[in-house]
Design a protein around this ligand. Structure first.
Ligand SMILES: [Cu+2]
Length: 464
């Protein structure tokens, strides 16, 4: 595709009304499927203890081949995109020695992991790790599930450039599957020479959407699967703003997990919507002929401002092997036991808003734009009910640090989440128990351009 110069976009933007903002959403480049690495790279655990996972992680600039013959200079953890996959068991201690070899300061936030506040990687609790400096994150992982890590400074730039990785925490009762793989979804806005393009203010307003879709750091890679097998995909949406509405034509998907690990019972669906920051564990049975190739797709989704007018895009290819089909492991009828949270003793309403017009868009929660905010006061141990009211014309994916929550409305759902879509003009209610960790915790929109332009707040949880 040809990118319109940023200056021209600004001129268009001045005249455009919000309804015309779809022109700011670029078309996706069609890249042929290619073999090569599909899976994320496993981290090296340098502690011999079976209950300690100790990893060195260098944040550095590195060349990454996003598609055959197309190399882009990215910001990486350890030189790979995504960064190394850290695996642990529930209750393990995870130690990560971050060394910052980037030209600017950074931190690591452990998205979805219930860590002590001092380990959460946000500026309220941690001094930024300067270029050349180091910091060790150390915490116990209390919950099984698929979590991810990324900077919490200039995240719209740093995550976009490639700083993300996955932390898989295994529980004692994982369902038997033929494979168990991580698939990190992302998109990049690249220029004609495949360098990362500058983002126009209007693109930032909508949330920077890319023209190149990546699965595990590559455009249109191939996941080879054993025919007949039941394959587990741990999907993570690491994109700045793109919503992935995932489907595999001709196949039903079985959702077994949300942000916070296994759900109580499997649920069969035709598609899964994954908003930025969110995770889903999905099983799919590789039916079909020997050698047959199928394309995982991202279906159109309208998150406001003209984003819905784009065609279905290809994410990655799933290709059967040529051998006789293997036995298909059954799906357990019960996956996890999760108690519904009791009635809340504290109610809050958070109103998401946008203002400032087209020239300098700003975003706010309850009228306050980060960092000029007043932290909400809360008490450790309380069960709180939050109503997130989206007063804007686009969806916002809402993320709470430090605590997991259960949906109450519009539909109650006993599953653990930390990121939830708040559709344009609608209200979502969730309940959370402020357990274990006092301290200052952030909540924000996970469209990173919105977070960095003020749609963030803080919860100050005090020990009573
Ligand atoms: Cu937002």
């Amino acid at each position: 595709m040809r990118l319109v110069p940023a200056a021209a976009l600004s001129t268009i933007a001045l005249a455009a009304c919000m309804g015309d903002m779809g022109m700011m959403i670029p078309d996706v480049i069609d890249v042929p499927a290619s073999a090569g690495r599909f899976d994320t790279v496993a981290a090296v655990d340098r502690d011999p203890s079976p209950t300690v996972v100790e990893v060195d992680l260098e944040a550095r600039v590195a060349p990454v081949e996003l598609a055959p013959g197309h190399v882009t200079s990215m910001w990486t953890y350890g030189g790979t995109l995504p960064g190394p996959r850290i695996e642990a068991n529930v209750g393990d201690t995870v130690k990560v020695h971050l060394r910052n070899s980037l030209p600017e300061a950074t931190t690591i936030h452990w998205h979805g992991v219930r860590v002590p506040a001092a380990m959460d990687g946000v500026e309220a609790v941690q001094a930024p790790v300067a270029p050349g400096a180091a910091f060790t994150y150390e915490f116990v992982v209390p919950d099984a599930g698929t979590f991810w890590f990324h900077p919490h400074m200039r995240s719209d730039v740093q995550v976009e450039r490639g700083l993300y990785g996955v932390l898989v925490v295994h529980g004692p009762d994982e369902p038997a599957t033929t494979t168990d793989r991580v698939v990190v979804l992302d998109d990049l806005l690249i220029a004609d020479d495949w360098s990362i393009a500058e983002v126009d203010v209007m693109q930032a307003m909508v949330g920077r959407q890319g023209n190149l879709i990546l699965a595990n750091g590559r455009a249109h890679p191939i996941a080879d699967v054993t025919r007949g097998g039941r394959h587990r995909y741990r999907f993570v949406n690491a994109a700045n703003a793109r919503y992935f509405r995932l489907a595999l034509p001709g196949h039903r998907l079985t959702v077994i997990g949300s942000d916070g690990g296994l759900v109580p019972a499997p649920r069969e669906v035709d598609e899964v919507l994954l908003v930025p920051g969110e995770r889903a564990d999905v099983l799919v049975t590789a039916t079909g002929a020997a050698g047959e190739a199928l394309e995982w797709q991202s279906l159109p989704y309208d998150r406001g401002h003209g984003t819905g007018g784009k065609p279905t895009a290809t994410v990655f290819q799933q290709r059967n092997d040529a051998a006789a089909p293997v036995a298909t492991p059954p799906v357990p009828a019960t996956l996890a036991t999760i108690a519904a949270l009791p009635a809340a003793t504290v109610q809050r309403e958070l109103r998401l808003a946008e203002s400032g017009g087209h020239h300098a868009p700003t975003f706010s929660i309850n009228g306050e734009t980060f960092p000029a905010i007043t932290p909400l006061a809360a008490r450790l141990g309380d069960v709180e009910e939050w109503s997130i009211v989206n007063t804007t014309e686009m969806d916002h994916p809402f993320h709470l640090h430090g605590f997991r929550f259960q949906l109450i409305a519009p539909a109650a759902d006993v599953a653990w989440r930390d990121t939830i879509n708040i559709p344009a003009g609608q209200t979502v209610v969730f309940r959370t128990r402020l357990e274990d960790h006092a301290g200052r915790w952030m909540f924000h929109c996970h469209i990173l351009e919105h977070a960095e332009r003020g749609m963030m707040g803080e919860l100050e949880v005090a020990t009573p």
